[in-house]
Ligand binder design. Structure first.
Ligand SMILES: [Zn+2]
Length: 253
């Protein structure tokens, strides 16, 4: 941290640091079985960012998250980039499944989830919740995007009403609206729109994200990695095989 800060005052040393960071990022990329998480730093700042952060207008240097953290960079407060799991010990109230390592999505430690009331419903994979006593990182009212699942849109500005969008939306509405749910989180707390990214559990301890996929109201959304990705993929395969919901071919549009 101090080393880097001092180096920042001298142009040559600073550029050398950036070069080494860049080198190590480039060296890691093709090697591992697992893609390293890449974040972005600037020439003058001491924080690291997501790719789309407004702080990156002047300069952006991709580095691996691990290198950024080991070089003393702190996460940006605006774009809330990913953190190394080992750097976020004991955040009270926030249950991050990666650290707890449950085998499957319904193996979470239920007593540690955040309790919330579902006060609004947006579509199959997005709800509004009220959190009676929010932990530090959460607000009383939040929009929650369910992790790892994508349902057909009900009202999309360009695509309009997609096949099965209403069924998916009704499924979530009938199961969740007006009920108490419990939230668990993965490595990323919010998306770029500021929505909470969560696994939503109903009182019967079922993971609603998974239920949507199991019943064929949506597919596993694997563009961004999450802890139960393989499990969700398998559920989708099963739902396709059984021709459930949107995999049945018949749309009631
Ligand atoms: Zn940022």
């Amino acid at each position: 941290m101090h080393l880097l800060r001092n180096a920042g005052n001298s142009g040559a040393a600073w550029r050398r640091n950036l070069f080494f960071l860049w080198l190590s990022a480039a060296a890691i990329l093709p090697a591992g079985g697992e893609d390293p998480v890449v974040v972005y730093i600037t020439n003058s700042g001491r924080r690291y960012h997501r790719e789309d952060c407004s702080s990156l207008r002047r300069s952006r240097v991709p580095v691996t998250l691990r290198d950024a953290v080991q070089s003393g960079y702190e996460p940006c407060l605006i774009c809330d980039p990913p953190v190394l799991i080992s750097r976020a010990p004991g955040r009270p109230g926030i249950y991050r499944v990666n650290r707890e390592n449950p085998i499957n999505c319904e193996g979470v430690e239920f007593a540690r989830l955040v309790r919330a009331e579902v006060v609004g419903h947006i579509d199959g994979d997005t709800i509004r919740v009220q959190i009676p006593s929010p932990p530090e990182e959460l607000r009383t009212l939040e929009t929650v995007r369910l992790i790892g699942v994508d349902t057909p849109e009900t009202v999309h500005p360009r695509r309009g009403l997609e096949a099965f969008g209403k069924e998916a939306s009704d499924f979530t509405k009938s199961r969740l609206l007006g009920t108490t749910v419990y939230l668990a989180f993965d490595w990323e707390l919010r998306d770029r729109y500021g929505r909470l990214l969560a696994y939503v559990y109903t009182q019967d301890r079922r993971c609603h994200n998974a239920q949507i996929i199991r019943q064929g109201f949506g597919h596993a959304y694997t563009r961004y990695s999450f802890h139960f990705m393989e499990e969700f993929r398998r559920m989708e395969q099963e739902a396709r095989k059984e021709k459930r919901g949107l995999w049945g071919g018949a749309s009631s549009n």
